[in-house]
Design a protein around this ligand. Structure first.
Ligand SMILES: O=P(O)(O)OC[C@H]1O[C@](O)(COP(=O)(O)O)[C@@H](O)[C@@H]1O
Ligand SMILES: [Mn+2]
Length: 667
């Protein structure tokens, strides 16, 4: 039977129900033809603006002060803008003071206000200079975007002052500046405009993993990331282990505590996160009484501190938690044979009488032969005390508010990888097999490789975390989240084994060797990188891969640029213990509207020196790639979204014209 439509219905018949619902919703926001047209014109104009500047950082490893400094000086871009504005017209000394003021406005102002003789005169000059630097920093963005970045208290004034100066406006500018000084708001203005400049110079921050471990203040780094206006994170193995710990996975909790003890950073857990380590301390003192735990003295302990009570206690806690970790990891490996991690089951390969271990057919002597909590007949069994201790720790991790907030940030702003503006970002690798093909893994009964494998690991981790209070529901998810820390085919790790046991208990270098995944051989090869880019839906002609994880041995002549410029490894050693490997103190990859630039940083001494002596990190910039024409927002990932919005608005206009969607009356 032919349905009996009236004219209205016939017109609507060309639209699906979903589409009509969507267009009516859109009409709520753009209720008239004029409103929709205005938005289209705005979006078109944004598409033609130069793209925002992206900064890529990696392997922060708790180095809060360096991280914070690099954000404040925008990896050297603040100084570059000052040079552009002033050239040789002001002295180096004045430039140093101005840049330090922009980096640390509150602290620097405290010093200057004490030292400066004629403060009002200094304010008048400085306010002008800050406005000049803000103006060049803002010049490529739309007014609306700049306004959104403005500190609300001074938005109107800054907006006025950012206008190009000319003879007519000169008097007006002078009046505004003078009145800021007269009403005693110069300090607040300086702080506000300095932060505004910092923000303008980093439009988007990408962190390619490993925020946690080794350094002392990962929690402070996370505070910054949590409140950042525009950041994404690609999880590193040192992040997922904390995420797994916060999901209550006991083997990961033990790993996190072990790593903190290894670098003498138990304070991060105790003071910053409020996790009570007293039960571990009491247990370790008793179980390892009389054991010097020499192999467990924290790294970088000055010789004179080795005998101190604190170091003795930390060493015992370190050994106690290491043994617990081995037992708990052993349980996971045994119940998941498909993980193929049997070579990490070493507690049953130890001859407890002789003090040796059998690895790869070789009998090796242990340099620590005391295992008071291990039953040789049942080496993976926790003692009753160990079991109770791990339960207490699990509770503390699960219900630590601050840690949970930080971990939620890693979930909401992060993932296993990200493709963004023609760049594919991931921390470690895309697992490959021996022949160089994508390695296929069976996860929860299904086979995955390449992009699908990364997606699946991402999903598994999210499920494990969000079911953390009901672990019984999703045991396998929890096991595979643990696997991401050190499993051979974890994209976040990418080595055949993590030789943790061997690094503590053996001196044999061969046994300690960790073989990298095939990816690390093929990352030098352009075709292999192009294949990976294609797998993730990116155009290999114009796209790049950005990785962290493996420190670049710059001192030995290694280049961070691989595969004829298709891949960048930007772990330059922000982590202090790794600076002797790299010879520098980190990289920032900067992607502005003209080019890809690699900034190589020298070591950062301290915030105190930066403020008092105006010592900046020296960043040597080198151009990696220069675009033939300036890159516009329209050419980017955001541009693709805007284009879609323009299409949607055109569909709305069409529907308005046909009368299918009624123009809403505007009051
Ligand atoms: O230097 P440490 O503390 O012994 O750590 C070495 C361990 O760290 C790892 O390199 C993993 O950490 P990264 O992700 O920072 O490389 C392991 O492969 C290795 O066993
Ligand atoms: Mn790593």
């Amino acid at each position: 039977m032919v349905p009996n439509y009236n004219e209205d219905q016939l017109l609507k018949h060309n639209y699906s129900e979903d589409e009509l619902r969507f267009l009516n919703l859109l009409a709520e926001k753009f209720p008239t033809v004029q409103a929709a047209c205005t938005e289209i014109i705005n979006l078109e104009s944004i598409m033609n603006l130069p793209k925002g500047t992206e900064h890529f950082l990696t392997d922060i490893h708790g180095e809060y002060e360096t991280f914070s400094h690099v954000l404040r000086n925008a990896s050297g871009m603040v100084r570059k803008k000052i040079d552009i504005v002033y050239g040789n017209t002001i002295s180096e000394k004045e430039k140093n003071q101005l840049s330090t003021l922009i980096y640390y406005p509150e602290d620097k102002l405290k010093l200057i206000t004490i030292e400066q003789d004629n403060l009002n005169e200094w304010f008048a000059v400085t306010l002008r200079r800050l406005i000049d630097v803000a103006r060049v920093s803002a010049d490529k963005y739309t007014q609306s975007k700049v306004r959104k970045a403005m500190p609300p208290d001074f938005a109107y004034v800054i907006d006025e002052l950012l206008n190009e100066p000319n003879a007519k406006k000169e008097k007006y500018f002078e009046c505004i500046i003078q009145s800021i000084i007269d009403v005693d708001r110069a300090n607040q203005f300086i702080v506000a405009i300095s932060k505004f400049i910092q923000r303008l110079l980093i439009d988007r921050l990408h962190i390619i993993g490993d925020i946690y471990d080794r350094g002392p203040y990962a929690d402070k780094v996370m505070d910054v990331i949590q409140d950042h206006y525009s950041v994404d994170i690609q999880w590193g193995n040192h992040d997922i282990v904390w995420m797994a710990a916060a999901s209550g996975i006991r083997a990961s909790i033990a790993a996190v505590i072990r790593l903190s003890a290894r670098y003498n950073n138990l304070d991060t857990l105790e003071d910053a996160y409020g996790i009570n380590l007293m039960p571990l301390a009491t247990f370790a003192m008793k179980a390892y009484e009389g054991d010097p735990c020499e192999a467990f003295i924290p790294k970088n302990t000055p010789v004179e501190n080795i005998g101190s009570t604190q170091i003795k206690l930390t060493s015992k806690m370190h050994k106690a938690i290491m043994v617990i970790e081995m037992k708990l990891a052993g349980e996971i490996i045994q119940r998941n044979p498909e993980m193929e991690m049997d070579d990490r089951l070493l507690l049953d390969k130890i001859d407890y009488e002789k003090g040796t271990v059998r690895i790869d057919g070789r009998e090796l002597e242990l340099n620590d032969k005391s295992f008071p909590t291990i039953d040789p007949n049942n080496p993976y069994q926790l003692t009753e005390e160990e079991r109770m201790l791990t339960e207490k720790l699990q509770f503390s991790f699960l219900y630590c508010d601050k840690l949970q907030r930080h971990i939620k940030t890693l979930f909401s702003k992060g993932g296993t990888y990200l493709s963004y503006n023609s760049n594919l970002l991931f921390h470690g690798c895309i697992p490959l097999d021996e022949t160089g093909n994508f390695k296929e893994l069976t996860l929860l009964g299904e086979k995955y490789k390449g992009k699908a494998l990364c997606d699946q690991f991402d999903l598994i981790s999210r499920r494990a975390y969000f079911n953390r209070e009901h672990p019984e529901k999703r045991n396998k998810d929890r096991d595979y989240m643990w696997y991401l820390w050190s499993g051979a085919y974890s994209p976040l790790f990418g080595k055949k084994k993590m030789a943790t046991f061997e690094r503590y208990f053996l001196n044999d270098k061969e046994a300690q060797r960790e073989e990298s995944n095939m990816y690390y051989k093929l990352r030098d090869d352009k075709d292999s990188c192009c294949r990976i880019l294609k797998e993730f839906g990116l155009d290999p002609e114009v796209s790049h891969i950005v990785n962290g994880h493996v420190p670049v041995k710059v001192g030995k002549g290694e280049s961070p640029v691989k595969a004829e410029g298709k891949l960048f490894v930007i772990d330059g050693g922000m982590s202090k213990p790794y600076q002797k490997v790299t010879g520098i103190a980190g990289y920032t990859l900067i992607y502005d509207s003209y080019s890809l630039i690699l900034a190589e940083h020298t070591s950062f001494e301290s915030k105190h020196k930066a403020i008092h002596d105006e010592v900046d990190i020296v960043s040597t910039r080198s151009m990696i790639e220069h675009a033939t024409k300036r890159i516009r927002v329209g050419d980017t990932y955001i541009g693709a979204n805007l284009r879609q919005q323009i299409l949607d608005l055109n569909r709305l206009l069409d529907a308005y014209r046909k009368g299918v969607v009624k123009v809403k009356s505007v009051g």
